[in-house]
Design a protein around this ligand. Structure first.
Ligand SMILES: O=C(O)CCCC[C@@H]1SC[C@@H]2NC(=O)N[C@@H]21
Length: 247
């Protein structure tokens, strides 16, 4: 697989967190760069949670310096989710069982295979870190993740396909570059449309839990700003950030 032009790459045998490394190196970079960590000792997940990261799983962060407004920069989580989906399809040879869970998880056979953590570095006009973790080899135990979280799954036990983190990075970087170019050229609409075609539970009843509220309704769509749109008994509700529960 060809490495995409214009993107740098560094591989670290061990690091606390590739997102933390992104913060340390962002100011020294001349262009976008992938940081692959073969072992992470303090990996972090969304909403301040820890990310359990057994060796052999994939952990990388893309550091870049987007020029758009913060709202648009945040839409990169959909760009990254699409790239992950495509890379997984590429390495396994099939998209069967793959789906995307709003805002930015990748599911395989209904279990959580991958997660994305977007962090801004240095405020507006600064860098963006897109941290991506994929359970290539092993999934954490249910006891290691939050209660009611989607059951974690891993690629090898689910599909029999063994992929190294380095090989997966090549597939992901290439897929990411394709979707990034689409986003920069055509905006969010084609990304939104591709994402919706791969969405888990679209048209079904789901629950969105925010820090303050819990909303249950039919998952209608994702709007032009990336917000989740639910049809609830009290009307249409848009959700900017939440944990999503099925069933
Ligand atoms: O909570 C989630 O679903 C997001 C998990 C993101 C984990 C990845 S692993 C690579 C990068 N470095 C980190 O410390 N976290 C992200």
């Amino acid at each position: 697989m060809d490495w995409p032009q214009g993107y740098g790459r560094r591989v670290l045998a061990e690091v606390d967190s590739t997102n933390a490394e992104a913060v340390r190196v962002a100011g020294t970079l001349a262009g976008p760069e992938w940081i692959l960590g073969l072992q992470q000792t303090a990996a972090r997940g969304r909403r301040g949670r820890a990310w359990v990261n057994p060796a052999g799983n994939f952990a990388a962060t893309l550091v870049m310096r987007p020029t758009e407004t913060p709202d648009r920069v945040a839409l990169r989580s959909f760009v990254a989710a699409l790239a992950l989906y495509d890379a997984l399809e590429r390495v396994t040879g099939t998209a069967i069982g793959l789906s995307l869970k709003w805002p930015n998880d990748v599911l395989l056979n209904g279990g959580k295979l991958a997660g994305i953590l977007l962090e801004s570095i240095g405020g507006p006009g600064g860098h963006l870190a897109i941290g991506i973790g994929v359970n290539l080899l092993a999934a954490p135990e249910m006891s290691q993740v939050e209660e009611r979280a989607v059951t974690p799954v891993a690629l090898l036990p689910e599909t029999g396909v063994r992929v190294t983190p380095e090989a997966f990075l090549s597939a992901l970087a290439s897929a990411y570059a394709t979707h990034e170019a689409r986003f920069v050229t055509y905006g969010f609409e084609p990304i939104r449309s591709l994402w919706l075609q791969r969405a888990a539970r679209l048209g079904e009843t789901i629950t969105a839990r925010t820090a303050r509220d819990t909303e249950t309704g039919v998952f209608e769509t994702v709007d032009a700003t990336g917000q989740l749109v639910l049809k609830t008994p009290k009307g249409r509700v848009t959700v900017a950030a939440a944990d999503i529960f099925f069933g």
